[in-house]
Design a protein around this ligand. Sequence first.
Ligand code: R1P
Length: 316
Amino acid sequence: MPPPQNLQSAELDDDTIEYSNTLKYLRAYLPPDLATPKLAIICGSGLGGLVNTIEQPKLTRTSKVEFSYSEIPGFVRSTVEGHAGKLVFGLLGVTKVPVVCMVGRFHVYEGHTREQVTFPIKIFKLLGVEVLIVTGAVGSLNSKFKVGDVVILWDHISIPGISGNNPLIGPNQSYFGTRFPSMADAYDFELRRIAFRAAASLNFEKGMIKEGTYCWVAGPSYETRAEARFLNFIGGDVVGMSTVPEVVVARYCGIRVLGLSIVTNMVLTRKPRSADPEKDEPEGIEVHPSHQEVLEASNASATMMQSLVKTVVEMI
Ligand SMILES: O=P(O)(O)O[C@H]1O[C@H](CO)[C@@H](O)[C@H]1O
């Protein structure tokens, strides 16, 4: 069954009944002008400040627009530093676009299932969201990229997905989409073009906006050098532990996607120093990623990401 045109007023069927408690809960509090957001933003590690771009309307005594994940039926907890764990509704930009913002996301390495990680995306679809802007912190496999660059995603490689952990595995929920959705155009061309225009209008330093392919790994350990070489060899420019499951489910649901990643660290692809005394190799520069470094780098780019996202939304 194709998704109904107006999901807001559509009756939930057997495939979607598990989402009804969440919808009822949110709608019980949301003021009418915010109850059908057209755009959703997911804030990645250290990028929670994106929520500050959202304007919140005056509320009545019985309404609210900010929900902790722990209170929302069906949502799991966010356990990672730099992921506050709240869902915020508001208006964005001069045109006052109604948006919903996930301040912090879920990852499979936290022990959440693929369904739990992507549950919010289906809620977004049922609320009426048409465009998803997904942000995140990434390590760069591409030597032409540098820390602080923004990567406009044009494709992805889903390592868990192609090895049996695609988030769409399970009975098809035909209310949302087709059994075999195409991912050939996962990252919307028009939205990518808008992101470039937005960056130009903000006079961002030329060269700090890149295009690239995101490699999704499950984490939580960072890559070995051999893994990093492999990911680069197969076409990956950046690597991260999120984004892709959300994108796959959003595309499945017919939501257009813009993916923006911040390069927070360079990933070492060079082979380790040989311990063979006969080779007597010199010690190279060693870099070891840490979540602290990731958070510091994304915090340093947070203001720039906020203006970029805000300008993109105004241009859509
Ligand atoms: O992708 P986000 O959630 O921004 O965070 C990235 O940073 C964390 C690792 O430092 C991982 O969660 C990785 O995916």
